[in-house]
Design a protein around this ligand. Structure first.
Ligand code: FNR
Length: 369
C-alpha cells in the first residue's frame, strides 16, 4: 500500500502526557450551524448528527463550530455556547460519539465582539430580507469591542472598559473548564475573521490609548491574557490551539509578519496547534481559488519549531491537492470545510483515492465505495 502523508497519524504535543494522537491529518474546521432555535446556546441533536457524521467519515480531528464564551459574544442568537453547565452537559454525548468513531474532538471558543448580534442563517430571515445587525425586536443586543469602528457595517459596538476586558478573560477560562468537562480534547481559540480578539489585534479596529491598544504588546495583550488564563485551567494533557486570520489583506492592517511573530510568542505559552485562515476585518479580501491560504500556513510553519501542528485551510477540496500540501512541507494537516459539508465521508473517499486504509465504521464496511 503506498504511503500517504495525509493518512499518517500525527501527534499534537501537549504540555504533559503523550500528546493528542490523531489517526490522520484531516481536520473538519469549525462551521457555524445556526441551528439553536431555542436561542439558549445549548447544542442539539443537529450538532450530534452533523459532527458525528464527520467523525464517521474518517476525519482525524472534528472541531465544533464557533462556540460562544459569553451570550453577548454570539454571532447570532442561533449559535452554540459554553457559558453555562447545561451547555457543557449537552456537549458530552457529542464528544462521546466523536470519540467512539476514532476521531478527536475539538471546540472553537469564540467571542464575536462588534460582529455579534447578527441575523443567523434562517430561512424566515432570508425570506424577510433580514441581514446584518439583529434588530432589538428580533432579540438583538448591545455589542462590545476594542474600539468602535464602522468598518463592519453593523450597529455600533461599545468600547470595552478594562474591567469588562478582565471579566471577558475570565469568561474564556470558565468556558475552557466546561469544554474539559464536556470531553473535548482540543480548544481552538478563535482569533480570526474580524471577531473580538482580531478586533484587538488589528490596528484597523484598535485605536485604544490604554494598555490594550497602540503598541504591539498592548494590541496583543487581550489574546495573551486569554491564552494564559485558558492554559491555567485547561488540562496539561489536552491540546491547545488557535485560529488566526493570517492577514487582513490591506496595508496598515494585521499582516502575515505579525501573525508569525505572535505564533512564536504563543508557542512559548504552550499553544501547539495553529490554523491559518485570513480576512474578516472590514471588506478587504485577498486571493481566492484552490489552496489560497496555504502560503500563510507555510509562513507560520517555517517559523515554528518542528513539533507545532500547523494546518492549512481554504479551497482544499481534492485529495491529491491535500497530499501535495503535506508532502511539500507547507503544512502538517489540512482543514476541509465546504467540500466536506456536502460529503462527510470526504476523508474515507480520499483515503481510498490515495491508497490508504479507510476508517469506515464497521457498520459501513461492506459498502461499495
Ligand atoms: C465557516 N467558517 C467558520 N470559521 C470559523 O473559524 N468559525 C466558524 O464557526 C465558521 N463557520 C462557518 C460556517 C460555514 C457554513 C462555512 C462555509 C464556513 C469558515 C470555515 O471554517 C473555513 O475556514 C472556510 O469555509 C474555508 O475553508 P473551505 O470551506 O474552503 O474548506
Amino acid at each position: 500500500m503506498p504511503q500517504s502523508k495525509l493518512f499518517a497519524p500525527v501527534t499534537i504535543p501537549t504540555r504533559a502526557g503523550r500528546g493528542l494522537v490523531l489517526r490522520n491529518r484531516t481536520v473538519l474546521p469549525p462551521m457555524c450551524q445556526y441551528s439553536i432555535e431555542q436561542r439558549d446556546g445549548v447544542p442539539t441533536t443537529w450538532q450530534l448528527v452533523h459532527l458525528g457524521a464527520h467523525a464517521q467519515g474518517g476525519f482525524g480531528l472534528v472541531i465544533a463550530e464557533a462556540t460562544a464564551v459569553a451570550p453577548e459574544g454570539r454571532i447570532s442568537d442561533l449559535d452554540v455556547g459554553l457559558w453555562n453547565e447545561r451547555q457543557a452537559d449537552a456537549w458530552k454525548p457529542v464528544t462521546e460519539f466523536i470519540h467512539s468513531q476514532g476521531a478527536a474532538a475539538g471546540v472553537q471558543l469564540a467571542h464575536a465582539g462588534a460582529k455579534a448580534s447578527t441575523y443567523g442563517w434562517l430561512k424566515e430571515y432570508d425570506d424577510a430580507g433580514k441581514t446584518g445587525s439583529l434588530a432589538p425586536e428580533d432579540g438583538g443586543w448591545q455589542t462590545l469591542t476594542s474600539t468602535p469602528s464602522d468598518l463592519h457595517g453593523l450597529d455600533p459596538a461599545v468600547q470595552m472598559t478594562a474591567e469588562q476586558i478582565a471579566e471577558s478573560v475570565q469568561d474564556w477560562a470558565a468556558a475552557a473548564q466546561r469544554a474539559d468537562r464536556a470531553g473535548f480534547d482540543l480548544i481552538q481559540i478563535h482569533a480570526a475573521h474580524g471577531y473580538l480578539i482580531h478586533q484587538f489585534l488589528s490596528p484597523l479596529t484598535n485605536q485604544r490609548t490604554d494598555q490594550y491598544g497602540g503598541s504591539w504588546e498592548n494590541r496583543t495583550r487581550y489574546l495573551r491574557e486569554i491564552v494564559q488564563a485558558v492554559a491555567a485551567v485547561w488540562p496539561q494533557e489536552k491540546a491547545l490551539g488557535i485560529r488566526f486570520s493570517g492577514d487582513d489583506w490591506v496595508e496598515g492592517g494585521w499582516r502575515i509578519a505579525d501573525t508569525v511573530r505572535l505564533a512564536e510568542e504563543l508557542y512559548a505559552e504552550g499553544v501547539r496547534a495553529f490554523d491559518l485562515s485570513s480576512a474578516g476585518i472590514g471588506p478587504f479580501r485577498g486571493p481566492s481559488g484552490p489552496g489560497y491560504q496555504v502560503p500563510l500556513a507555510q509562513a507560520v510553519k517555517q517559523a515554528l519549531p518542528a513539533d507545532a501542528f500547523v494546518t492549512a485551510v481554504g479551497g482544499i477540496t481534492d485529495p491529491a491537492q491535500a497530499e501535495q500540501i503535506l508532502v511539500t512541507g507547507q503544512a502538517d494537516g489540512v482543514s476541509v470545510g465546504r467540500a466536506a459539508l456536502g460529503d462527510p465521508q470526504w476523508p474515507n473517499r480520499a483515503a481510498k483515492r490515495l491508497g490508504a486504509a479507510m476508517a469506515s465504521p464497521a457498520q459501513y464496511w461492506r459498502g461499495r465505495w
